[in-house]
Design a protein around this ligand. Sequence first.
Ligand SMILES: NC(=O)C1=CN([C@@H]2O[C@H](COP(=O)(O)OP(=O)(O)OC[C@H]3O[C@@H](n4cnc5c(N)ncnc54)[C@H](OP(=O)(O)O)[C@@H]3O)[C@@H](O)[C@H]2O)C=CC1
Ligand SMILES: O=C(O)CCC(=O)C(=O)O
Length: 451
Amino acid sequence: MLEKQHVDFAQFMEGVIRRNPGELEFHQAVHDVASDIFEYIDDKPAYHEAQILRRLAEPDRVISFRVCWQDDQGKVRVQRGYRVQNNNAIGPYKGGLRFHKSVNQSILKFLAFEQTFKNSLTGLPMGGGKGGSDFNPKGKSDNEIMRFCQSFMTELYRHVGEVTDVPAGDIGVGAKEIGYMFGQYKRITNRYVGVLTGKGLSWGGSLVRTEATGYGLIYFVENMLAQRTDSISNKTICVSGAGNVALHAAEKAITLGAKVITLSDSSGFVHDPSGLTQSKIDWLKQVKTDKQVSIAQYTEQFSEASFHQSEKPWHIPCDIALPCATQNEITQDDAIALINNGVEVVAEGANMPCDTEAVRLFRESKIAFGPAKAANAGGVAVSGLEMSQNSARMSWDEARLHDLLRDIMRSIHDRCRDYGQQQGGYIDYAKGANIAGFKKVAEAMLAFGIV
Ligand SMILES: NC(=O)C1=CN([C@@H]2O[C@H](COP(=O)(O)OP(=O)(O)OC[C@H]3O[C@@H](n4cnc5c(N)ncnc54)[C@H](OP(=O)(O)O)[C@@H]3O)[C@@H](O)[C@H]2O)C=CC1
Ligand SMILES: O=C(O)CCC(=O)C(=O)O
């Protein structure tokens, strides 16, 4: 039986690689989910007959388009825009837009695929999608960013809608960019609807959305630790990234009594052995809104810290590691360093920040490992709540939204635990998340027949 499974999985992956040549990130994401799902569906022939996994690994639609805009010197610039609509079996496509020079079809296909399972785990009715552009916001003026966002939405508007596909932010896309895109959608369509989430509070946004991914990550970690009759208080934490997810994760962690000693960006990392404080985080929130500023400036402001150019923080000893920057930032060597230094918990704030080898090492070493699709689902969960508020034409108060976020993260944790329970007591959260996320989407797909 094991041999049969192995052959089936290998054949499946050969097909994925053949049909999506060169899309390494997409191969990786499909591999990491399918390796758990093949085992789960081995005794469920209906899933095999209906080719559910094959269908999930073939996006419903990949839309790619030209985005022309004019820079401040009057020069015409040409970018490529995308929206990958992976699966809408359980609700409208939902997922962020990334503006970064590294964006390509493979990265957006992996993100849209992952988003499908993540959104399912939230328990809310949202399908999976992702989009973006190779537009690099660094060094661009506000006017240039506005012109780019307007041009991007001038094509995207025909593919999205409040019951069709609801994008939001991701790397390089925050409230400012969402504002420019929402304004352009409204201007073209003359409709005032919740077509985007992460909106400003005065024009349909939700309280707690800005903080939700980072705070949700810490709630997930708290649940993992409680499962081991432990708590986050007095833990030493290494965080990577210095953007929305990283800074809010650091903020919530220190509020709960942990010590956060690193942050990073694309220039390197800072090590602050005395630990971050709220005022240091507030300073960072201020300066990092300027996309040009390097994290190196932290050491000019706070002399107890050191800057390590072009390095990652993973060889600094810590109890908890929270990668919150980008994909594949923890490799095999980084994982070995973390394990040798006694890390207890690794939880992914970014999407797929640990590569396949690193995840394998964490699971083999019985490290509590929180996969992105579960651990960082708080952001999209509050986006789902923003959609509900927009539909009801209401705004909920902060306390209610914080409670809902905490409840959703606990419920995600518990489902991952239940499906990930291993002999000997280890909880394989990655496996649990893959199975629990898959099950709901697969049941809906089976109900719809062959479509
Ligand atoms: N925002 C959200 O609600 C959610 C985000 N995520 C994921 O979290 C991660 C971070 O997103 P978010 O905080 O929103 O993005 P931001 O744009 O706010 O911040 C991104 C941070 O990561 C750093 N970074 C980006 N690319 C690289 C790279 N190639 N190498 C090193 N550092 C890099 C940036 O450095 P620099 O400033 O130098 O560019 C910056 O510090 C992404 O993986 C995203 O998909 C997941 C769920 C929801
Ligand atoms: O809030 C959203 O819809 C986007 C969240 C997102 O892109 C993600 O979870 O990776």
